[in-house]
Write a protein that binds this ligand. Structure first.
Ligand SMILES: [Fe+2]
Length: 178
């Protein structure tokens, strides 16, 4: 995916907020505690998650745990909200220095993140799936929903064929399109 497309998505995402229709859809899918969790995300993140859910619905993927996972998959980003320059740096770093950013993701000491502030965004991005899964679990999400959130950035192996893997594939596809 090119830098121009990614940065277009980025600026577009900063300017949006969910419509009343969007929020009604979320309320119809998420029980109350998970709805409260959803509302902790920034408007831009909420819109991205709603787009992901709508994309699944459009393709007739309406499994309830999958839709809940779509709506909450990025909620881990609320644990460590990123500043504007960090989001810009995330796109630039991942596009132009993918080997460095992969190494930082694996090797940066999370406890030392304030010192390594220029690496922090890549660690946060890498860990948000696990953080989000823990938050969703605390809010009463089903084990399947929690697993989908936890694995939403993982590579799916070619021979994986469980129901969870199929749903994960649909979630990742919709996330990439949203
Ligand atoms: Fe996402």
């Amino acid at each position: 995916m090119g830098i121009i497309y990614r940065s277009g998505q980025f600026w577009q995402a900063l300017l949006v907020s969910p419509s009343a229709d969007d929020m009604e859809l979320v309320r119809s899918i998420l029980p109350s505690e998970q709805w409260q969790l959803f509302k902790k995300m920034s408007p831009a993140e909420q819109v991205h998650c709603i787009k992901t859910a709508r994309c699944l619905i459009k393709k007739e993927h309406r499994q309830p745990d999958l839709l809940a996972a779509a709506l909450l998959h990025d909620v881990g980003k609320t644990v460590y909200p990123l500043r504007l320059w960090e989001r810009v740096w995330l796109v630039i770093g991942n596009t132009f220095f993918p080997k460095w950013t992969a190494r930082w993701r694996r090797e940066t000491d999370f406890a030392a993140l304030n010192e390594n502030y220029w690496q922090r965004v890549f660690v946060v991005f890498h860990r948000h799936a696990g953080w989000g899964a823990d938050l969703a679990k605390q809010a009463g999400a089903s084990p399947l929903c929690v697993n989908l959130i936890r694995r939403h950035q993982d590579e799916i192996s070619m021979d994986a064929n469980s129901m969870e893997d199929r749903l994960l594939f649909y979630l990742q596809e919709a996330d990439n399109l949203s």
